[in-house]
Structure formats: structure tokens, C-alpha cells
Design a binder for this molecule. Structure first.
Ligand code: ADP
Ligand code: MG
Length: 308
């Protein structure tokens, strides 16, 4: 029956059904007539077996899934990716592939990929030999510089350093405690603002300008930034879509700064939150995501049938 009505069985991987983004996707999916289950990835077990990979949720087998919508937090990226991979090996379509999730969660690897695709990013260095640190700061045009933990999220782990002495001691301290970091030129003219563009499929469906709170340079909503809808230029739109494609994503939150030499990419989020962007732009992004997942899952099914 489900085949004829276009009804799908979708699984949202999320810690809790009550989280804003999860709730919105659940409601949007149900409204479109699908069977939706919210599954806590940390309560899933996997049986890895030749030819017949299995997934159990609360000890019941999780079968006959048409599409997976992962909402995996940064603290459990690896475990989340392994579970997505298990679904993928069962032939299930995933709105975010395990590979793309892992790629996006590594800031250094992401920037390397974006730069390799000739997309503009702030000048960035990764230092292995600390004795050469002063020289590498010169590559960035000197201080101020932005020091970032590779695993930073919500702006926690992003430091503005004003002087070479300060930068060197901060970097030495972080390195000593085994933190992996990158150092970036500080884009002063962004004035504490950045842009979040939300991509679904091959389209930028919403974008907002975020302005950091007073006395703050980080424009994360979690750091008290305020946001307003904004129109992208054609150059920015093309850059955002290319960045999403390079990262192998079809749903993404792309962040960039407006600099004197044009837009510079900061990061591509594989599990972008819906609350800030929906509240700011009044666009029903959850519904657009569900429609995109329907299209992609249908295509994925056709592809695997023709292969078989
Ligand atoms: P996170 O993943 O923790 O959000 P980001 O790289 O996105 O880390 O940085 C957080 C915020 O800090 C950005 O949204 C931006 O406002 C500011 N920021 C980051 N890098 C720079 C930079 N090179 N120049 C100026 N501001 C920056
Ligand atoms: Mg960010």
C-alpha cells in the first residue's frame, strides 16, 4: 500500500523527539503522510554480520526503513557515523551520508577540501612545528588572529588573539594539552557578523545575517547573537551551493564572512539547527527537507533496483 501512496517509513536519528529541529521534522513528515520514528542513536545496537547487517533499537529490529534523517550531535560524531554506515550497508538512503558527516565535522579537512575546490576561505594555518610559529603568524599578516579548536562548536573553542606574544602562549598551552588547532587571519571588516545560508537539495532556501552580541566577535546564536533575514548576492549563492556539493551534502548550513576581498567560507554544518533560521526567516525549512528526502529516497531506490 505504502508504495502506491508514496508513503515512506522515515527514521530521524536524534537524542530526543522534543528537540526543536527533531520536532519540526517529525511534524512535517507526519503532515505529509509518512510513518516517522524518532530513534535515539545512543540506544541502537548493531549486529555486523556477513551480508545481513542488523540494527536494533531498544532490542527490537529496525527494518524496512526507506529514509534516514540523521541529527547527530558533535560529541558523538563517530558513533553516529558508524550507525549511519550500518543503515547504508542495509541499502537505506541517508539524508546525510556517514562519509559527509565525518568530513564536515573535521574543520581542517573541510577547509582543505573547500580550498582545493578553489573556494575562498580566510587564510588558515595548521602548525606542526611550534618553533616556526612566529613565522606562520607572518603568513597571516600578523595579529590579531583567530585560534580555533578543530572540534569547536557554537563558538566555544574560538579565540581572538590580539598580540603575537598572546597568540604564541595560547597556542603553546593548547598544544601542550593535546588540542588540535588552526589559526586564521582575523576578518575585522565582518564586524562580528557572519551569514548562515541554509541549503536543501540544489537550492539556498533561506539565509540570515547574524550579529554578535556587544563586545563579542563570535556571531553564534548560542553566544547571544541576533539575526535578520538577508538576500545573498549571486556570487555568494554560487559559492554556497558549490561548498555544499564539495562536502557531499544535500542539506547544509553554510557559514561565511563578508570581507573586503569577497565572501570567505567559515564552515559547512552537516546537521544545521532549524530554530534560528526558521524563527528568523519564517520559512518552513522542515517541510522542504522532508520533500527533499522523499525525492532523494525515491531516486536512491530506483538506482538500487536497476543495479540489482
Ligand atoms: P564554531 O564551529 O564554533 O561555530 P566558527 O569557525 O564558525 O566556529 O567561528 C565562530 C564565529 O566566530 C563565527 O561565526 C564568526 O562570527 C567568528 N569568526 C570565526 N572565524 C573568524 C575569522 N577568521 N575572522 C573573524 N571572525 C571569525
Ligand atoms: Mg560556526
Amino acid at each position: 500500500v505504502t508504495k502506491y501512496l508514496g508513503i515512506m517509513r522515515m527514521v530521524i536519528l536524534s537524542r530526543a523527539a522534543g528537540l526543536y529541529s527533531t520536532q519540526r521534522l517529525l511534524v512535517a513528515g507526519l503532515r505529509r503522510g509518512h510513518q516517522i520514528k524518532v530513534v535515539d542513536h545512543l540506544r541502537c545496537n548493531m549486529l555486523i554480520k556477513e551480508g545481513r547487517p542488523k540494527i536494533f533499537f531498544e532490542n527490537a529490529p529496525l527494518d524496512h526503513v526507506d529514509a534516514l534523517i540523521p541529527r547527530i550531535g558533535a560529541s558523538v560524531t563517530n558513533r553516529g557515523a558508524a550507525l549511519i554506515r550500518q543503515f547504508e550497508s542495509k541499502g537505506v538512503y541517508s539524508a546525510t551520508s556517514s562519509d559527509a558527516l565525518l568530513r564536515a565535522r573535521d574543520k581542517l579537512r573541510s577547509l582543505q577540501l573547500l580550498a582545493q575546490a578553489r573556494l575562498q576561505i580566510p587564510k588558515t594555518v595548521f602548525v606542526n612545528a611550534l618553533e616556526d610559529l612566529p613565522k606562520t603568524l607572518d603568513w597571516l599578516g600578523g595579529t590579531p588572529v583567530v585560534i580555533k579548536l578543530l572540534e569547536s562548536t557554537h563558538g566555544v573553542g574560538v579565540i581572538l588573539s590580539e598580540s603575537p606574544q598572546n597568540a604564541i602562549s595560547v597556542i603553546e598551552t593548547l598544544t601542550k594539552t593535546n588540542e588540535r588547532i588552526i589559526i586564521q587571519e582575523f576578518i575585522k571588516e565582518a564586524k562580528g557578523g557572519d551569514i548562515r545560508a541554509f541549503v536543501v537539495g540544489n537550492e539556498v532556501v533561506a539565509s540570515m545575517h547574524r550579529q554578535a552580541a556587544k563586545g563579542e566577535f563570535r556571531s553564534n546564536m548560542h553566544r547571544g547573537a541576533t539575526a535578520e533575514p538577508i538576500q545573498l548576492t549571486e556570487t555568494e549563492r554560487i559559492m554556497v551551493l558549490k561548498a555544499t556539493e564539495v562536502m557531499g551534502l544535500s542539506i547544509a548550513g553554510v557559514d561565511f564572512l563578508r570581507s573586503n576581498r569577497g565572501p570567505l567560507l567559515l564552515e559547512v554544518n552537516a546537521s544545521p539547527g532549524l530554530e534560528g533560521i526558521e524563527t528568523t526567516t519564517k520559512i518552513n525549512i522542515a517541510n522542504l527537507i522532508i520533500k527533499q528526502v522523499e525525492r532523494s529516497a525515491r531516486y536512491h531506490k530506483k538506482q538500487s533496483q536497476t543495479k540489482a
